[in-house]
Design a protein around this ligand. Sequence first.
Ligand SMILES: [Zn+2]
Length: 339
Amino acid sequence: MSLSSLIGNEQNKELLKRSLRSGRLPHALLFAGPEGVGKRQFALSLAKAVNCQQAVSGAGAGVYPEDSCDRCGSCFRIANKEHLDVVEIKPDGAYIRIDQAREVARQAMLRPMEGRKRVFCIDEAEKLRDEAANAILKTLEEPPETTLIILITATPNSLLPTLRSRCQLLNFAPLPIEEIESYLAANYKRPAADTRLLARLSNGSIGRAISIDLSVYRNARKELLELTDVLARSRDPLRLIKAAEHFGKKEREEFIDILDIWSRILRDIFSILLDQKEGIVNEDVITRLEQLAAAVSIRLISELAESIEELRRNLRVNINKQIALESLFLRIIDLQATS
Ligand SMILES: [Zn+2]
């Protein structure tokens, strides 16, 4: 995709286009922002623009077309990850290894093989530590005219300051829900309620919105609505023991997803209790949420939400999920007995 066709982060788009056409593109950039908001897409589109074969009228040194044409051989090869001058580097294991960094430093000094600029996109740049970071410091400081280095990170604060200070920073923000909703509506055929739900579940990321399987989501949500109901009303011990067993068996990643879905349900119920319904995510089951809201107190919902957060924190050490859930249920039942 060209810069113009990317969704959101308009300021960054304009800034990059301006630098391209004025010949003032920095040689080292840092793209910072949460996962899934388009940092990698922006980096690739920029790599296309500097290597695009479309003519630039009256071009001086370092002047590029302000956007890629997305039709020439170069744009095509970059999109297919076949272009010899556009290199993506990712951590190999927990870190970016020193030999990976040295290879970047070495290649950065060479002339481009087919295009006008060698572009190195270093993903998860916060994983450049110590010697590996040192290996590219000098390259970041004064790369040849024909080299562009783009560091990408979701956690700019954990990036080494020596790296950060050598790059021009561009912050990327999550997209507004409305933008995601209209993008999804324009590009995918779905019932409007589904599009709306996906946009609200996206955390401002189109990539995330596209990757969500709504039928899986709705199944999990149904189970969690039932569980919340049991906790709030019948407190049937047998059903709670079964629920702890059922959810406790999930793999860690899926279990974290379950906790996320549950937290959102509770936030929705909370919004109903506070009569602030505009931010509700699970609007398509609003009647069910309202029934639950009528059966619980704010105190119960807060306690439950806090317990889920605590459980999520405890997952960092390898706890037994089933036992942790059982004790969470017990605490909530105790709370109701004393109130
Ligand atoms: Zn092109």
